[in-house]
Design a protein around this ligand. Structure first.
Ligand code: NAD
Length: 354
C-alpha cells in the first residue's frame, strides 16, 4: 500500500525550484503528482528537474479536482495566494502557502477563517521560525538570558536589490508592497516569534520610493527576479526604503529596511537588547551573545539544518496529526496585522494606536 502523501505544487518559480521541490523530492513519504505553472514551459522544466513530479499542468483546478491530492503547496506571487489557497481549501485540500499570507491583513484573516471552517491545515512559509538560531534565541529569551529585553532593532538594508523592477514585485496590486512586505515580513515575523507573540500597541512608519522613480535610469549591477522585470511599461509603486517604530506589551521594536539605497553596504541583522545581555543575529546565519556582566562575547557553535526541509516536514506532520504548529496561519496573522498597520501609518503619516 502506498502511504505517501500526494501533493501538488502550484507555481514553479524561484522558491519552488530553489527550496520546496528539492525538499519534497527528497522526502520518502511524499508523492508529487502535479507541478503546475501558468507558463507551460516552467511546469515542464520543473517536471524534468524533479523526477518525482508525475504531471506538468497549467491549471491548478486540475490538481484540486483530483481526490488523490491531499495537500497543495501554493508558491505563486503574493496576489494569487488568496485565490489559489481558497480554491484549494474549498476543494478539501490542506495548504502550505508561501509568505506573506497575501497582500493584506483582511484577506489573510479570511483565509484563516476559511481553513478553520473547513477543518483544514493552512501553514504559511515563515521559514525563519525553523532556523536553529531563531529557535535558540527564543529559548534563551524564555530562560531570561537577556534579563529585561527592552528593545529590538533590525536592519534589512541592501545597496541594490530591487527585484524584477516594473514586474509583480514592484506593483502594489500584485505584491501588497515593497521591501517591507517582501523582506521586512521575515524580520518582523521572527522578532514577534522570538518575543513570544507580543500584543502590538502602536506602530509608526515612513516609506520612500526614491531609488527607481524613473525605472529606466535605475542603476544596478545585478537584479534578482530580472525575468519578471518590465522597466519600459511596468509599474513601480512600492516602498524601496522603510523605517519605523513599534510598541508592544513586551519590547519596543525599531527597523530600517532598503531594497536599494546610496550606501554600498548590505546590513542584515537583528539586535536584541536586554539589561543583562544582548544578542546580534546575522540574518540567515548565526548569533553572538554579549554578556553585560563578564563583558564577553559568546559565539555558540551549532549546526544549521535546512529550514525549508524543517518547515515542509512540520507541515506534513501537522496534516497527519491535525495539530497546528508554529507556522499555522493562526500564529502568523499578528505579523500581517503589524504589516498592514505600518503601511497604514506611512500613508496617513501618523502613529496608529491599536
Ligand atoms: N520563504 C522564502 O524565503 C521566500 C523566498 C522567495 C519567495 N518567497 C515567496 O514565494 C512566492 C513566489 O516567489 P518566487 O520568487 O518563487 O516567484 P516567481 O515569480 O519566481 O514564481 C512564481 C511562479 O508562479 C507562477 N504562477 C503565478 N500565478 C499562478 C497560478 N495561478 N497558477 C500557477 N502558477 C502561477 C508564475 O508563472 C511563476 O512561475 C512569493 O509569494 C514570495 O514572497 C518566499
Amino acid at each position: 500500500m502506498d502511504n505517501r502523501m500526494t501533493v501538488a505544487v502550484i507555481g514553479c518559480g524561484r522558491i519552488a525550484n530553489g527550496a520546496h521541490l528539492p525538499v519534497l523530492q527528497s522526502f520518502d513519504n511524499v508523492r508529487i503528482k502535479y507541478v503546475c505553472d501558468l507558463i507551460p514551459e516552467k511546469a515542464e522544466k520543473a517536471k524534468e528537474a524533479f523526477p518525482k513530479a508525475e504531471r506538468a499542468i497549467t491549471d491548478h483546478k486540475i490538481a484540486l479536482s483530483d481526490p488523490e491530492v491531499g495537500a497543495v503547496f501554493v508558491l505563486t506571487p503574493n496576489y494569487s495566494h488568496y485565490e489559489v489557497t481558497m480554491d484549494a481549501l474549498r476543494a478539501g485540500k490542506h495548504v502550505f502557502c508561501e509568505k506573506p499570507v497575501t497582500v493584506n491583513y483582511a484577506l489573510s484573516a479570511e483565509m484563516a477563517a476559511e481553513a478553520d471552517r473547513l477543518g483544514r491545515i493552512l501553514n504559511i512559509g515563515v521559514c525563519n521560525r525553523f532556523h536553529r538560531s531563531v529557535e535558540m534565541l527564543k529559548e534563551l529569551n524564555e530562560q531570561g538570558r537577556f534579563g529585561k529585553l527592552y528593545h529590538v532593532y533590525c536592519s534589512f538594508r541592501s545597496f541594490r536589490s530591487i527585484p524584477g523592477l516594473g514586474g509583480a514585485f514592484t506593483t502594489k496590486a500584485q505584491s501588497g508592497g515593497g521591501v517591507l512586505i517582501d523582506w521586512g515580513i521575515h524580520f518582523l515575523d521572527l522578532i514577534l516569534y522570538i518575543l513570544g507573540d507580543p500584543v502590538i500597541q502602536t506602530a509608526t512608519c515612513d516609506s520612500y520610493r526614491e531609488m527607481a522613480k524613473d525605472m529606466r535610469s535605475y542603476k544596478y549591477t545585478g537584479m534578482w527576479a530580472e525575468d519578471t522585470a518590465d522597466t519600459e511599461h511596468g509599474t513601480n509603486d512600492v516602498d524601496d526604503l522603510i523605517t519605523g517604530h513599534i510598541r508592544t506589551d513586551k519590547s519596543s521594536i525599531s527597523f530600517n529596511g532598503a531594497w536599494a539605497q546610496n550606501i554600498d553596504k548590505n546590513e542584515m541583522f537583528i539586535d536584541f537588547l536586554g539589561d543583562k545581555a544582548g544578542a546580534r543575529l546575522t540574518y540567515g546565519g548565526k548569533f553572538e551573545i554579549y554578556d553585560g556582566q563578564t563583558l564577553q562575547t559568546i559565539r555558540p557553535e551549532y549546526d544549521i539544518p535546512d529550514m525549508y526541509a524543517l518547515e515542509d516536514e512540520a507541515f506534513i506532520e501537522s496534516v497527519k496529526t491535525g495539530v497546528k504548529n508554529r507556522s499555522n496561519i493562526d500564529r502568523v496573522l499578528n505579523s500581517m496585522l503589524l504589516l498592514d498597520t505600518l503601511y497604514r501609518s506611512a500613508v496617513e503619516k501618523r502613529e496608529i494606536v491599536l
